[in-house]
Design a protein around this ligand. Structure first.
Ligand code: TMP
Ligand code: MG
Length: 293
């Protein structure tokens, strides 16, 4: 199919359950026009790289965990949590229902440990600067193109809002069309972390998070065509708050345990990008949707 429509859809990393359906959704969205489109994207391992030169790249939490703001003892504990819970996160033998309480446990324990570390707000920019955080290749075109066409981008992350904002600010792409739903840090009057604000967002409650933010989706009700980008099956519910949805195209990055998880990703995402560290396919789709302008 797509060979003729969007050349990148023939890339070897691209897998689709139903290419014809993808083509129809894209044609329908293109016809409706770029002023009817909104983009909803996960952050960690979706907008950021999974690995670089064979080495894993950090999530928002990892950026803090690996920094000099955390004591060695606490680093050990955070590493133990990661080694316990990350394999559960990506285990395809367990259902989401089974994983959910364990993910809440991970987030709760990790946030408790971070709060004990008396992290200073004014050191976060340095921590991000000194980290190995990396946005995917092609991120600049992605963010700049959305900005140029005034297409709203919602970054919906179970990571840490303060950290992810700093990553995109330092990359020069925190444009005014970008909005973030995430876990934000709460600092005391001396600028020391005392808690996390509001309802916890973890990997499997994005639906609830979306439904709490009806105001945002109400503002965007003239944009019923959604491009969704994620890397976890929990990201599929990020658009559940969208009103009067007409079309949704779901693009999933499959980074880890690729063979084991391929079928479940193909069943739920329209386009699955296997071990693809770039934004090439989302960018080609955006260019197509905006008439290559
Ligand atoms: P995301 O929804 O923006 O991708 O963020 C969730 C990721 O954060 C998920 O892949 C697990 C990861 N994570 C850590 O790396 N360390 C932690 O301590 C926690 C709680 C989550
Ligand atoms: Mg993610």
């Amino acid at each position: 199919m797509s060979g003729e429509m969007i050349a990148e859809l023939s890339n070897p990393t691209v897998h689709m359950r139903d290419p014809q359906r993808v083509k129809e959704i894209l044609q329908s969205m293109q016809k409706a026009g770029s002023n009817t489109i909104q983009v909803i994207s996960d952050f960690d391992m979706t907008l950021t790289r999974f690995a670089y030169n064979g080495k894993r790249c950090p999530t928002c939490h990892n950026i803090l965990d690996n920094s000099k703001l955390i004591t060695e003892e606490c680093k050990e504990k955070l590493k133990d949590l990661l080694n316990t819970y990350y394999p559960i996160e990506i285990d395809c033998a367990r259902s989401i229902e089974e994983k959910l309480p364990l993910m809440v446990e991970w987030w709760t324990k990790a946030h408790e440990l971070l709060v004990q570390q008396k992290i200073k707000k004014d050191l976060l920019a340095m921590v991000v600067r000194e980290s190995d955080a990396m946005l995917r290749d092609g991120y600049q075109l992605f963010f700049d193109h959305l900005h140029k066409h005034s297409i709203p981008l919602l970054i919906f992350s179970a990571g840490i809002g303060d950290i992810l904002e700093e990553v995109i600010r330092q990359a020069g792409v925190f444009h005014p069309n970008v909005k973030v739903f995430s876990n934000y840090m709460d600092f005391d009057e001396t600028g020391v972390l005392k808690a996390f604000k509001g309802e916890l967002i973890h990997i499997y409650n994005k639906r609830e998070g979306a439904l709490l933010n009806t105001g945002h989706f109400q503002e965007l009700r003239t944009r019923p065509n959604v491009l969704l980008l994620g890397d976890s099956l929990g990201d599929l519910t990020m658009a559940d708050g969208v009103q009067d949805m007409e079309n949704i195209l779901k693009i999933g990055f499959l980074n880890d345990k690729v063979e084991e998880r391929k079928q479940s990703y193909l069943n739920s995402y329209d386009i699955v990008l296997m071990k693809d560290e770039t934004m090439d396919v989302p960018n080609a789709i955006l260019l197509y949707l905006t008439g290559n302008k």
